[in-house]
Design a protein around this ligand. Structure first.
Ligand code: ATP
Length: 254
């Protein structure tokens, strides 16, 4: 059974000028321990997909099943109780959105542990993302962007999730920090956590994803094993994305 099963997903936004059909019949599944990269240009619907899966947007049609639970029509109370189970966690592009600016790093990391009924210190979480304990007393604003993103990953790990949604997790980072966070994500993948890695940058995703799905104007136009998508893309839009990253074949595992 899939850990995440999205079928025929449609999402609309209401705008002053009318309704926008942002996702048009998306089918996507992620198995336990699998890493799936979703790529697409700006406005293709990537963040909409992540937000719908997290219950932050209403679904017009289709079904979202997470770990056997149909969450499509959950109300807020059901979402709160489902989130507490900690099956799925998220990391956004801007870690300041995942971290409360008024809480120290220690408080930010202790909160999800308490929600899981745990009384232990958050030091082991910092260790997993290779940050020094001396950062515990700082506020998010007192960290570098790369350190903040690693704290956001540490916070997501507190609930020992089986699936982490990552929406452009390395886009705001400089290249050294990007490499560090990607290494960290590979370790999570290797430890068996399923990842849904959303990015406009095929180069970041290709080195880590088992499968790549391509979103184009709200439709999933391609979905296949990473090597196959990179070497034998079927859709013209995928071909275009691939031709824009000349070094791609080097980062794709054989
Ligand atoms: N809250 C909203 N209200 C109305 N339209 C929205 C809203 N959020 C997104 N959209 C529109 O929905 C479409 C998909 O947006 P989405 O943010 O999912 O794209 P994206 O692929 O994540 O883009 P980016 O890479 O720039 O973050 C776009 O046309 C966008 O303008």
């Amino acid at each position: 059974m899939s850990l995440l099963e999205i079928s025929d997903l449609h999402v609309h936004y209401r705008r002053r000028t009318g309704r926008l059909h942002a996702l048009r019949g998306v089918d996507l599944s992620i198995g336990a321990g699998e890493t799936v990269g979703v790529i697409g240009e700006t406005g293709s619907g990537k963040s909409t997909l992540a937000r719908a899966v997290l219950g932050l947007l209403p679904v017009s049609r289709g079904r979202i099943v997470i770990d056997g639970e149909d969450v499509t029509r959950f109300n807020q109370r059901q979402w709160r109780s489902f989130r507490r189970r900690g099956v799925v966690q998220y990391v956004f592009q801007d870690p300041l959105r995942s971290l409360d600016p008024d809480l120290t790093i220690e408080e930010s990391l202790t909160e999800p542990l308490r929600l899981q009924g745990r009384r232990d210190s958050p030091n082991h979480l910092l260790e997993r993302v290779r940050l020094d304990e001396s950062l515990l007393t700082r506020l998010p604003a007192e960290l570098s962007g790369g350190q903040r993103q690693r704290v956001a990953v540490a916070r997501a790990l507190a609930a020992e999730p089986r699936l982490i949604l990552l929406d452009e997790p390395v886009s705001a980072l400089d290249s050294a920090n990007r490499v560090r966070v990607l290494e960290l994500l590979k370790e999570l993948r290797d430890a068996g956590t399923a990842l849904l890695f959303i990015s406009h940058d095929l180069g970041s995703v290709a080195g880590i994803a088992d499968r790549i799905a391509v979103l184009h104007q709200g439709e999933l136009v391609e979905d296949g094993p990473t090597r196959q998508v990179v070497t034998e893309p079927r859709h013209d839009y995928t071909k275009l994305l691939i031709s824009s990253v000349p070094t791609l074949r080097k980062v794709v595992p054989a």
